[in-house]
Design a protein around this ligand. Structure first.
Ligand code: OOB
Length: 546
């Protein structure tokens, strides 16, 4: 029976023996994100909580905004345990919205500004979201119109809250963000052991998977990240990547800043000129980048740039493999300590430590942050490989999920019967426990930190009337690490589709821009697989030699 949109949010719980241990050892602290904000707002009332391009709020101001916004959301009819999509760029209202949803015990569904109708419709339907919060235009794109299309397709989605463009009114059919204000009242209390929000998976399947994270497990990951990354009241953490990503959200991210009572800075653009200006203005001490951005920043700083970025103490790089050559240049160029981060929205986060040797920091992706993380490196038969050899990484622990949200098929593929998560990453672990990421076992392309599911793009290509078959593969790229290449077979060989038209077709299907194939090649036939059947995996190997 379908779940009621305001019923309990089901998820695969940790086995009771593990859960009892995590609780008794205080790993799961039994608190909630709302309580954390209230505590910090009491302790650090006059500290700047959030700075963006045009706003600066203290914790007292943030908490007051969260209170009125939360009451306004209740007045709109949003109930505890209901899901609300948040598709906002990096701006102060993002922080207010997410904490207001926590305050009424509703669940944010973290969407990215780059998501288009294909992604948002799938996410709205899978989460049975009742509302969406957007900013009208971002980078020239009309998010209110997109939200309206999604609401037409998904009946549960009945409210669009919209931040209007500067100096303009909110478009018809939406509720203006600033009018969502209510009288202070008693708010519902969340249960720390229940799901706090739905996060997005990088994804290797046709439809994006939703990741249920509890207050207990996620807060532990933030608190432990703060310890490893040295986050304190003095920290000014800047969200440079889209803030809905797990990395800038929690590793240690903006939530780390709130837990520690530090400051969140949000840059509207990751481009060096904008971001460096924000570092200077806000006195940013720490940020997280994907490798292509780290390269851009490094090259900009090496050339010489006008801003004073000397407050920057830690630059994290993660989301995709950072080339060793780049890793050696980042620290000296930016005048900061490099920290590599290898994490996943499903849970496990590995860090190099600030006192590790340069060699460890520039050549490895660090080690699991919690002493209770368990990892195994296995071969294709799930047998442990000899120490130091390459294999597939599996993990479980106090903040790694035991299952995706309502997705039995994906769970059967990605989790073992005894609860290990198959990360899909090929790694090597050295004698000191540091992990080096060597590649990937699943069909997922890592385009500079943005993940592309080959299967998802192939499904869209196959919808093209002139395409008979399609295979999407990674091609090596100096700047992004990997780009996507689609090989297609024409339905009518005498009349093959034009490659520009194929790319436009995929875009028109409402896919996020980073998933549009970078290159399309029409072939007469796919190479023989040698196994007598059309195995996409074999084809990918034949086409790319790996
Ligand atoms: C982060 O999270 P997701 O969920 O977008 O992607 C996870 C996948 C990993 O399984 C791995 O394939 C890849 O991204 N990855 C890396 C990496 N960090 C992530 N591959 C090589 N080197 C790295 N340093 O990307 C994410 C979540 C939390 C913190 C940082 C990154």
């Amino acid at each position: 029976m379908p779940e009621q949109s305001n019923g309990p949010v089901e998820f695969t719980r940790w086995p009771e023996t593990d859960a009892a241990r995590y609780r008794s050892e205080g790993i799961w602290a039994g608190t909630t994100f709302d309580r954390i904000l209230r505590d910090t707002a009491t302790r650090r009332a006059d500290t700047v909580a959030v700075i963006d391009a045009d706003t600066s709020w203290t914790y007292a101001e943030l908490d007051a905004r969260v209170r009125t916004l939360a009451a306004g959301l209740l007045d709109l009819g949003i109930e505890p345990r209901q899901r609300v999509m948040v598709q906002l760029p990096n701006r102060a209202e993002y922080v207010a919205t997410v904490f207001a949803l926590f305050r009424i015990d509703a669940l944010p569904v973290f969407c990215l500004p780059a998501h288009r109708s294909a992604e948002l419709t799938a996410l709205a339907a899978a989460s049975e979201s009742v509302a969406i919060v957007v900013a009208h235009h971002h980078e020239g794109f009309d998010h209110a119109a997109l939200a309206a299309d999604v609401a037409t397709a998904v009946p549960s989605l009945r409210t669009i809250v919209c931040i209007p463009d500067a100096g303009a009114v909110a478009p018809e059919g939406t509720v203006a963000f600033d009018t969502v204000r209510g009288q202070d009242r008693e708010f519902p209390t969340a249960d720390p052991g229940e799901v706090a929000f739905l996060q997005l998976s990088g994804g290797s399947t046709g439809v994006p998977k939703l990741i249920p994270r509890t207050h207990d497990d996620y807060l532990y990951s933030v608190v432990r990240s703060n310890e490893v990354c040295g986050v304190t009241e003095e920290t000014v953490y800047m969200a440079t990547l889209p803030v809905s990503h797990n990395f800038p959200m929690s590793s240690p991210g903006i939530l780390g800043a709130v837990v520690a009572g530090g400051t969140i800075a949000l840059t509207p653009s990751p481009a060096p000129s904008t971001a460096f200006a924000m570092i200077e203005r806000a006195g940013v001490t720490m940020t997280g980048l994907v490798p292509p951005l780290a390269r851009l920043w490094t090259e900009s700083a090496e050339r010489g740039q006008p801003h004073d970025i000397s407050t920057l103490a830690t630059v994290q790089v993660g989301g995709a493999r950072c080339p060793d050559e780049l890793a050696t240049r980042i620290g000296p160029a930016l005048g900061a300590r490099l920290q590599q981060v290898f994490g996943m929205a499903e849970g496990l986060v590995c860090y190099t430590h600030l006192d590790d040797s340069d060699e460890v920091v520039t050549t490895t992706q660090g080690r699991p942050m919690s002493p209770l993380d368990r990892i195994r490196v296995v071969d294709d038969n799930d047998v442990d490989v000899p120490a130091g050899s390459e294999g597939s990484l599996m993990t479980h622990g106090p903040y790694t999920i035991r299952g995706y949200y309502r997705n039995a098929d994906a769970n059967a593929r990605s989790f073992t019967d005894d609860g290990w998560y198959r990360t899909g990453d090929i790694v090597r672990v050295d004698a000191r426990g540091n992990i080096t990421v060597c590649g990937r076992a699943v069909d997922r392309i890592n385009r500079g930190g943005e993940k592309v599911s080959a299967e998802e793009v192939e499904e869209h290509l196959l919808a093209h009337p002139s395409i008979r078959d399609a295979v999407v593969v990674a091609i090596a790229d100096e700047y992004l690490g990997e780009r996507t290449c689609a090989f297609v077979l024409a339905a009518d060989e005498d009349n093959p589709p034009r490659t520009s038209q194929i790319r436009a077709f995929v875009r028109d299907r409402g896919l996020a821009a980073w998933k549009i194939p970078d290159k399309v090649q029409v072939l007469d036939a796919f190479p023989e697989t040698g196994v007598g059947k059309t195995s996409r995996k074999e084809l990918r190997r034949a086409l790319t030699g790996r």
